[in-house]
Structure formats: structure tokens, C-alpha cells
Ligand binder design. Structure first.
Ligand SMILES: Cc1ncc(C[n+]2csc(CCOP(=O)(O)OP(=O)(O)O)c2C)c(N)n1
Ligand SMILES: [Mg+2]
Length: 287
């Protein structure tokens, strides 16, 4: 029996008091201990992170981990999964880190449906570097780098991920731990590429706790069917950072497609078979 506490390292935690990252940490410590207790060998879970406040999470979890460079967590996860398909591979990334610096990696991982899970700590700001605007900062919101407000429209990561071919796309809010854990677990259990946009307020640089506590609703309570692509696209456009109104949370879209590892295996088996046939013909002809 492994407890969440046993999976915690003794490293001093340097997140600000009240940071939404604590909820993600506690949620995944509980989730990983569940996986281990259900039979996943501890050494078969591998985690990696990007650069930012979120990235420190790998220091606080006692599992095999890799502290990646800025925006390059997703290719790191892909390499790990390609090298050993037996592993459960999970990444913790930031909105600046992966919706900005490393966005192309995220799109192509979704496109090839590699069986990894990417958890985006979306605090809508560059927190570690003390509050510059990020790809998901609301238009017009003053930030350290944009004191009169950002001029750009925010990115809609949910719509982008569905359009990129992701087979599991969800949103969760750290203010609802039980729901957060359920969504993250469903992402890990999903065979294929899964991405969860986690609304994770930065207590110091972007305190959105009240906003999301008052406005988040659960997709599963609203009759949404995650297997319905058109409905998922519609829900994805219901809300983007800065918009007033209700914020959908839960699984937007889930479907099943062959994973990249399965395709590679099939392709190499087909190639081996083709070589075997050609070799047979050669031996028949020339003895
Ligand atoms: C290549 C590179 N560019 C820029 C930086 C500086 N830098 C460190 S963290 C960060 C932004 C982090 O924002 P986010 O990914 O949202 O993480 P958060 O701190 O909000 O969790 C930046 C720009 C860096 N470390 N490496
Ligand atoms: Mg951030």
C-alpha cells in the first residue's frame, strides 16, 4: 500500500502560499498512489515538466522524473513513450511554456496521437518571471509587460487541441479537487494523446479563484456527450479567457484512434513481412 504522503519528496516547497499548484500536486499524489495500489509498478510512471512555477512539481513527487527545458516537455514525453511503450508518461507544463514557447510540439503530439498525458497549469500568466502576459491572458488585462492591457485575443487551447486531432481534451479547475482528480485520472486512463487545461490561479499574479468558483460548471451535468465532435467544438467556443458567463469544465472530447506506438509497431511488422516475402522469392529463384 502506497500513500500519497509516501510519494511526496522532502524538498522544500517554494510556491507562494495560496498557489493553485498545491491542488494539482495533491491531486496527482493521490492519483499516482491509486495507480500504484492498483498494480502499476512505481518505476513505470515517468513524469516530466517544463520551466516555470508549475515545473517545480517534479521536485515534489518521488517518481522517475525529468526537468525539461522551456517548452520542450512534450517532445521529452514522446521520446520516453517511444523508447518504452510500457510506461505511463505524464507531463506538467505551463501556459507560457507549452501554449507559447512549445506550441508546435503540442499540436504535433495531438496529431500523431501518441499515448501521453499533458497537464497544463494554466494560470494565464508567466508567474515565475513575475507576471508577464501569456498566450491565454485575457485581452485588455494589464500585466507587467503590458501595463495598458494586452492588445491580443487570447488563445483557445480547447478548440485548438480538438482541431489538432487530440483524442482526449478536457478542462478542470483546481478549486474542485474531486472533479480535478477524476478528469486527470480519465486522461491518464485514455489510450492516446490526452490534454487537460487546468485553470490554476496564481494567487499573487492572477487571482481568479472567485471568478472560476462562481462560474465553472461541469460538462457531465449538462448532458454533454464527449463522443460528439460537433458538440465538443461548440462547447469549446462557449468560453475563452476574459469572456463573461459560464466556464465549461470536464471532458469536451474523447474518441479512440490507433496510437502512434501501435502504428509504428504495425508498420514495422508490415515491413518485416514484406522483407520475408522478398527474401522467399530470392531463395526460390537462386536457391
Ligand atoms: C528558452 C527560455 N526562454 C525564456 C525563459 C524564461 N522563462 C522562465 S519561466 C518563463 C515563463 C513561465 O510561464 P509559464 O509556462 O506560464 O509557467 P508558470 O510560471 O506560470 O507556471 C519564462 C519566459 C527560459 N527559462 N528559457
Ligand atoms: Mg503560467
Amino acid at each position: 500500500m502506497t500513500t500519497p504522503k509516501e510519494l511526496k519528496t522532502t524538498t522544500t516547497n517554494t510556491w507562494c502560499p495560496g498557489c493553485g499548484n498545491f491542488a494539482v500536486l495533491n491531486g496527482v499524489l493521490s492519483l499516482f498512489s491509486d495507480l500504484i495500489n492498483e498494480g502499476t509498478p512505481k518505476e513505470n510512471i515517468v513524469i516530466a515538466s517544463g520551466i516555470g512555477c508549475h515545473g517545480k512539481i517534479v521536485d515534489y513527487i518521488g517518481l522517475n522524473s525529468f526537468y525539461s527545458i522551456h517548452g520542450r516537455t512534450v517532445p521529452t514525453l514522446e521520446g520516453i513513450k517511444l523508447a518504452n511503450p510500457e510506461l505511463t508518461v505524464v507531463g506538467f507544463v505551463g501556459d507560457g511554456d507549452t501554449y507559447g514557447e512549445g506550441l508546435a510540439h503540442l499540436i504535433f503530439a495531438a496529431k500523431r496521437n501518441i499515448d501521453i498525458s499533458v497537464f497544463v497549469h494554466n494560470n494565464e500568466v508567466y508567474a515565475l518571471t513575475t507576471g508577464q502576459y501569456s498566450p491565454t491572458t485575457a485581452k485588455g488585462l494589464p500585466r507587467k509587460s503590458t501595463p495598458r492591457g494586452t492588445l491580443e485575443e487570447p488563445l483557445n487551447p480547447i478548440a485548438l487541441m480538438i482541431a489538432s486531432g487530440a483524442t482526449f481534451v478536457a478542462r478542470a479547475f483546481v478549486g474542485d479537487m474531486r472533479h480535478l482528480k477524476t478528469v486527470l485520472r480519465a486522461a491518464i486512463d485514455h489510450p492516446g494523446f490526452s490534454v487537460v487545461d487546468i485553470l490554476q490561479p496564481s494567487f499573487v499574479f492572477n487571482n481568479t479563484y472567485k471568478l472560476y468558483r462562481e462560474n465553472c460548471y461541469k460538462l457531465e451535468d449538462s448532458g454533454h456527450d464527449p463522443a460528439n465532435y460537433e458538440a465538443a467544438v461548440h462547447r469549446a467556443h462557449e468560453w475563452v479567457t476574459g469572456m463573461s458567463g459560464k466556464v465549461p469544465a470536464g471532458i469536451f472530447y474523447q474518441t479512440k484512434k490507433p496510437t502512434f506506438n501501435e502504428l509504428i509497431l504495425e508498420d514495422s511488422n508490415l515491413r518485416k513481412e514484406a522483407i520475408r516475402i522478398e527474401l522467399g522469392k530470392f531463395i526460390e529463384k537462386y536457391g
